[in-house]
Design a binder for this molecule. Structure first.
Ligand SMILES: *Cc1c(COP(=O)(O)O)cnc(C)c1O
Length: 459
């Protein structure tokens, strides 16, 4: 196989990029309060804000959109989706939701209890917020290697199983309503979770009688990492690996906007019929009837087809290879990144990129702002703006251990030339890093402030 497998598709439709000048971009980012969420997408040249919902669909998926059955109940596309879900995830019960957080909201309503912990390898931001608003405790238990940007551990997404057991014993198993595992571990730099870790986490769940759910947005990328890196899986197909992964779960919530290869949608699958009964009530209150769950029939069809495409080996080889190419070129250019590159994104280590800017002055936001002005590239800060917590009693602010800027790769959208341009732009910014100043917040909301906060450069 080539070192970096070529795109296993050719381009049939193109969307022009609107060019802009540095001066125009400087004006736009100031208007947006130096928060890249406030930009118009048309003012971005290369958009690496997220891999969520930004996929280019295949001709087969678009063809599927034309055979959407928009019946309120029992549309044919639901049954196509059900076949795919049963085959891949092996769950006897499932509902579609409008997106991942639709499933997550229902899961949290049914499981999260005030003052009680939900352990997870690392909570995704919306999951963490969903636990916190219900008064729960979002317990993050990544393996220690996850905190070390230089460690080349093959499965830095793993749950700290000993830490999990200790936490359950200290809280008391009756006080732990649910264990979550996020595959791949998005917040910890998109790092994969090993099959062995899934199995060991399952054993802890069984030991204490606690349900185990996967937050499974990037399950196919995770399956491919297991194939590449874990002994005994090289000859298995991504589908077979995914089937084994989900055999260790009592259920899963999933955003279809990632490995489902669609622009909108979510899934909620489970084994327990009694739980399904409760979910159906919540579904009808919030999402919609059980066979469409907030999605159009045509979107269910695109997802049924996308789930299968997302497990194709040629697709995954290119996908993971492209992210690796991006990461390796940045390392070659001397740009400090979180190593090794994960599945869906490269995470620049903002603390090492701007060692002169303290975490309290948002080095990650300085990076996203300057990268946009210099090159029209949009990344996202996942550091102190996204994750710092202020203790309501002491008023003290605790910054997260990792201060990163995520450059996420939309699926099947950008070419190697686009990536080379981003690498050059980052290398140039790194070369003049000492001229860059920190930032201060001028406005923020109470939860997930990184989506709406406004900032300004200091001094
Ligand atoms: C995207 C994502 C979600 C939320 O899904 P949405 O479709 O954006 O609502 C939850 N967990 C993880 C790990 C995700 O990546």
């Amino acid at each position: 196989m080539a070192k970096y497998p070529f795109e296993p598709f050719r381009v049939k439709v193109v969307e022009p990029i609107r060019m802009s000048t540095r001066e125009q971009r400087a004006a736009r980012i100031a208007e947006a309060g130096h928060n890249v969420f406030g930009l118009r997408a048309e003012d971005v040249l290369i958009d690496l804000l997220t891999d969520s919902g930004t996929t280019a669909m295949s001709d087969d998926q678009w063809a599927g959109m034309m055979v959407g059955d928009e019946s309120y109940a029992g549309c044919r596309n639901y049954y196509h989706l059900r076949e795919a879900v049963e085959e891949i995830f092996g769950m006897p019960f499932f509902v579609p939701t409008h997106q991942g957080r639709g499933a997550e909201t229902i899961l949290c309503d049914l499981f999260v209890q005030p003052g009680k912990p939900i352990p997870n390898n690392t909570h995704f931001d919306s999951t963490e917020a969903n636990v916190l608003v219900r008064g729960g405790v979002a317990l993050n238990l990544p393996v220690p290697e996850a905190r070390d940007p230089a460690s080349h551990h093959p499965f830095k997404g793993d749950m700290d199983v000993a830490g999990l057991r200790a936490a359950i014993q200290s809280w008391g198993p009756e006080n732990v309503p649910l264990i979550l595992l996020t595959v791949t571990n998005n917040t910890a730099a998109g790092q994969p979770v090993s099959m062995r870790n899934l199995r060991e986490t399952r054993a802890v769940a069984d030991e204490f009688g606690i349900p185990l759910f996967f937050d499974a947005a990037r399950y196919a990328e995770n399956a491919y990492f297991i194939k590449l890196r874990e002994a005994g899986y090289a000859e298995k197909s991504p589908l077979e690996i995914a089937q084994e992964m989900f055999s260790y779960a009592d259920g899963f919530v999933m955003s279809s906007k990632k490995d489902g290869l669609v622009n909108i949608g979510g899934l909620f699958g489970m084994r327990d019929e009694a739980l399904y009964g409760k979910v159906t009530v919540e579904m009808i209150l919030r999402e919609g009837f059980l066979t469409y769950g907030g999605m159009a029939g045509r979107d269910l069809e695109a997802l049924a087809r996308g789930l299968r495409e997302g497990l194709q080996e040629s697709y995954l080889a290119h996908r993971i290879g492209q992210t690796r190419y991006f990461g390796e070129k940045l390392v070659d250019a001397g740009v400090p990144i979180f190593e090794p590159p994960g599945g869906h994104a490269v995470y620049v280590d903002a603390r090492r990129f701007f060692p002169h800017i303290p975490q309290s002055e948002f080095p990650g936001v300085a990076l996203t702002s300057h990268l946009y002005v210099d090159a029209g590239v949009r990344g996202i800060e996942l550091g102190s703006l996204a994750f710092a917590h202020t203790d309501p009693e002491t008023g003290e602010t605790r910054c997260p251990e990792l201060e990163t800027v995520r450059l996420a790769l939309p699926r099947r959208v950008y070419s190697q030339t686009h990536i080379d341009y981003v690498v050059e732009s980052l290398a140039e910014l790194y070369a003049r890093r000492e001229s860059v100043r920190g930032m201060r917040v001028v406005w923020e909301g109470p939860y997930m402030r990184h989506f709406t906060a406004r900032l300004e450069p200091i001094g």
